[in-house]
Ligand binder design. Structure first.
Ligand code: PMV
Length: 299
């Protein structure tokens, strides 16, 4: 049965290992944050309208993505959309992916259809291109499935079952960066020095492969070390920033098993893998430098 309106939500995510190299077909690991959700309210309207505290440029992108969702779901409606997010947007936590997944879910409900999760992820990926240009699809995939994934662009995700829960302290630098711009700059740098960059991406691939094994065997000490290695490789492709470095250093000094930037970089969030009993100390240390710190448990 079709409906005149619908509400839907989707979750935030963290990239544990492999961002940026993911764009070039190397594996990466992402985990969902199911308790942090972005909600959309969709309803039929005479023209497309965005009722959310976003600027005109973002409103235009949201309208474009509604149209893409409409095409892919064979829907001819015009929609009004309201958006509320329970986590900071443009902070590297996957708000655009969550928005796109939520829209795909909501519009499917209005059309009275129930696409498989993989189809929702595919639709959201097409919508994500409007926001991010040439995304790998990792964000939309993890948001749609809400499970830890080992992701290779263009392939169905492989799911990771962590042997031990992961305790991750997340700290926002307070700086929003544009994934589209950072990914485009990395692409330009790679075009200029392909051997150097492809070598770094291959090193990141080894880190992601080992990281998956560590999650599956519960070797959190080594996983932390790999996160630190990945961060050094991400520094080499120049996606870190002074604010990120300060948070990574504070996390490591206060006893994190490993810390790194997450997502596109140049701002956004830092993640620190922590022994459960150390999470409070690490959070306190990060609060000296960040106004937005929280602890996530990944099962
Ligand atoms: O949008 P973010 O900050 O979660 O970054 C996405 C991860 C990148 O690897 C940088 C881009 C991509 O599409 O994989």
């Amino acid at each position: 049965m079709t409906k005149k309106n619908a509400e839907a939500s989707a979750c935030a995510k963290l990239i544990l290992l492999g961002e940026h190299s993911a764009v070039y077909g190397h594996p990466a690991i992402a985990v969902p944050l199911p308790s942090l959700r972005l909600n959309v309210r969709l309803k039929d309207a005479d023209s497309y309208q965005v009722k959310a505290p976003v600027g005109p440029e973002d409103a235009e992108k949201i309208i474009q993505s509604l149209k893409v969702a409409g095409q892919l779901l064979d829907s001819v409606r015009k929609l009004e959309i309201g958006i509320s997010s329970g986590f900071p947007m443009k902070a590297g936590l996957g708000s655009s992916a969550a928005l796109n997944v939520a829209i795909a879910r909501g519009l499917a409900e209005m059309e009275g259809i129930q696409p498989a999760t993989g189809r929702i992820a595919e639709i959201a990926y097409e919508m994500e291109k409007i926001f991010h240009g040439t995304p790998s699809g990792i964000d939309t995939t993890v948001s749609a499935w809400e499970k830890p994934i080992y992701f290779i662009k263009g392939k169905p995700p492989e799911f990771i079952k962590p042997k031990k829960p992961l305790t991750i302290v997340v700290a926002f630098t307070g700086i929003s960066s544009s994934t589209r711009e950072v990914v485009a700059e990395v692409r330009a740098a790679r075009d200029a020095e392909p051997e150097k960059y492809d070598g770094i991406f291959r090193d990141i691939e080894k880190v992601s492969e080992q990281g998956r094994k560590c999650m599956e065997t519960g070797n959190l000490d080594k996983l932390g070390m790999l996160m630190g290695q990945d961060h050094q490789l991400l520094r080499k492709i120049k996606v870190s920033s002074p604010e990120i470095e300060m948070l990574v250093e504070a996390a490591v000094k206060s006893g994190a098993l490993g810390a790194k930037l997450t997502g596109a970089g140049r701002g956004g969030c830092v993640i620190a893998l922590s022994a459960p009993e150390d999470a409070r100390r690490i959070s306190d240390a990060l609060r000296m430098h960040s106004g937005d710190v929280f602890v996530a448990k990944i099962q």
